[in-house]
Design a protein around this ligand. Sequence first.
Ligand SMILES: [Zn+2]
Length: 150
Amino acid sequence: MICPFCGYEETKVLDSRPVGNGTSIRRRRECLKCGGRFTTYERYEQASIRIIKKDGRRESFDRQKLMAGIIKACEKRPVTNEQIEEMVDNIEEGLRKSGKSEFYSSEIGDKVMEQLKLVDQVAYVRFASVYREFRDLDSFLEAIKELKNS
Ligand SMILES: [Zn+2]
């Protein structure tokens, strides 16, 4: 398993336990190079989740890509790898539990915003500015207002 934080290939398993009524196994791993911790799941092969992009093309849901986007928004912020991992877990669990197999990329973006809002406000605004493609100061202020009202 390649470390999602630094790309190193060797990790050790810290903890292994069954989840979802024993239908999958959750493993906490630690990278031997950067010490980053992340979670992997071993489960029956599931119908893959597909994402419908803005231009209508579909692509497979990519957990690493989702994580990369969140890591970027959290750059130089006091957000731990565990918190990032947890946000990704929450989002993926939510998608799987919904029973749907296709999601619009905007739905994923909204879920990321929900998670970031709870964890770090600066990361939230950063992510919003990319995801909502802020073009002017007003849309920026609008996002801040939403943050304050919630
Ligand atoms: Zn690493």
